[in-house]
Design a protein around this ligand. Structure first.
Ligand code: ATP
Ligand code: MG
Length: 439
């Protein structure tokens, strides 16, 4: 994971940087917001920006938006009041971390906002077959399409292929086509020239150029709109891209790995995905089986995640009870590896003793289907509620479970991040209207 620190942070820059480095992050720091902004335009990549409260968060966040960057800002610093912290959130920050920096808090925020530790673990024969195939094709220059249900490890596999390729010492850059609003995606991929649109105050290098020589991961490619699909096709065919507002093409040497959890043939049949682009991307297809079809991996992964979160949260060691482990092995894991990871993390934090029991796992026990239908998670009675009410409860509950991380929540819910965003907006509007009525 890459972290960009911006500001003087009251002399805490080195402490914060050290904590992030200890957590395995790569850190770049700038004292001045304008220098950080210029570095981003020049192609610096980062997963997250830790911005000093003393900087003008609103104007920084506006600049990012205007120049079509989509990077979460975490405000941090020594706030004299809660009001100041709250103001930072209103100004566009996603989270606020008080200083002096607390290692546990920084670690928690870093993991909630993005994921690191992307080593591929497996011992299941079905999965090992795909890993061997990945080993074989990694050194070639072929584009790769990785398919599989949400949370099966497509990004982990993409990084694995990059690591095993001749490009491993160059950039691995990833773009989530579903998470970035349509109107920002073109600049994100291809960059733009100064003056290309209102807000384009300087040239910006896009992800294609940034990953030149290396690998570009296009996550959830099925969500890209057809107009951009045409531009992507050109980039793959000609190895040339056009920056938005640019007057001449730029050569790029990028290997593309795309992922999809939708059946692209289905999308092609519906006219939502270009067939010619599909053939360009699908030179090699690596298909990741759902976790329930490689049960030999479940125990290995559960134990790995337990150790990982013990270390990350700096808590006393814990183990699973035999019953808990058996229940874990029997679950259908519709959210795949990601769901398993979340459940293990939650159980570790919730379990009162050093043995994690079935109850700590909080997964509905394998009782009759009838009780499943009648009861929601946590046992709330569903009968008598409207579908919309139940949906809202489920969405907000899942979001809470994912510490507010929308990408994870949408994966677990099996809906697109766009749908989730729209639903949340809807709930917010209803809330506002209710408040307006009661005033
Ligand atoms: N084989 C594996 N070994 C270790 N960790 C894994 C493995 N597969 C997945 N994970 C972990 O599970 C989580 C989900 O993996 P990843 O993000 O690669 O899934 P994905 O298929 O890209 O999901 P989505 O479709 O939702 O984007 C990550 O935190 C990743 O580190
Ligand atoms: Mg992914």
């Amino acid at each position: 994971m890459k972290v960009l620190l911006v500001g003087r942070l009251e002399g805490y820059v080195s402490t914060a940087a050290k904590i992030a480095l200890d957590k395995g992050a790569k850190v770049v720091a700038y004292e001045e917001a304008r220098d950080a902004l210029q570095a981003l335009r020049d192609g610096l990549t980062t997963d997250i920006i830790l911005l000093d409260l003393k900087c003008d968060i609103k104007s920084f966040s506006k600049s990012l938006q205007a120049e079509r960057f989509s990077i979460p800002i975490i405000a941090c610093g020594v706030a004299t009041s809660a009001e100041e912290a709250a103001a930072s959130i209103r100004a566009g920050a996603k989270e606020y971390i008080p200083f002096p920096p607390d290692p546990e808090l920084i670690a928690a925020v870093l993991t909630a906002v993005c994921e690191e530790d992307l080593t591929l673990l497996t011992q299941d024969p079905v999965m090992l077959k795909w890993v061997r195939m990945a080993d074989k094709i990694a050194p070639s220059e072929a584009n790769v399409l990785i398919t599989g249900e949400s949370g099966t490890g497509k990004e982990v596999m993409a990084r694995y292929i990059h690591q095993k390729s001749k490009r491993k010492d160059k950039n691995f850059v990833s773009v989530n086509c579903a998470a970035i609003p349509e109107n920002l995606l073109e600049s994100e991929l291809f960059g733009h020239e100064k003056g290309a649109f209102t807000g384009a105050v300087a040239r910006r290098i896009g992800k294609f150029e940034e990953s030149s020589g290396g690998t570009l991961l296009l996550d959830e490619i099925s969500e890209m709109d057809p107009r951009l699909q045409a531009k992507l096709l050109r980039a793959l065919q000609e190895k040339q891209i056009d920056r938005v507002g640019g007057s001449h093409p730029v050569n790029v040497d990028t290997r593309v790995i795309a992922t999809s959890n939708r059946d692209l043939n289905d999308a092609i049949a519906k006219g939502e995905f270009r067939e010619d682009l599909y053939f360009r991307l699908n030179v090699v297809n690596v298909h990741l089986p759902p976790l329930r079809e490689r049960r030999n991996d479940i125990e290995l992964l559960a134990k790995h995640f337990l150790q990982k979160f013990i270390k990350l949260n700096a808590v006393a060691p814990k183990t699973f009870s035999q019953d808990a482990l058996n229940a874990i092995k029997e679950q259908p894991w519709r959210g795949n590896v990601r769901e398993l990871q979340n459940i293990v993390h939650r159980a570790l934090l919730l379990s009162p003793s050093n043995v994690i029991t079935i109850d700590d796992l909080g997964i509905p026990s394998l009782t009759t289907t009838a009780t499943h239908i009648a009861q929601g998670e946590g046992g709330s009675i569903l009968i008598g509620k409207t579908v919309a009410e139940v949906e809202k409860e489920l969405i907000l509950g899942t979001l809470g479970h994912c510490l507010g991380n929308r990408t994870h929540a949408s994966h677990i819910l099996g809906i697109s991040i766009r749908t989730l965003r729209n639903k949340l907006k809807e709930y917010e509007e209803t809330m506002k209207n209710k408040v307006a009525h009661s005033v």
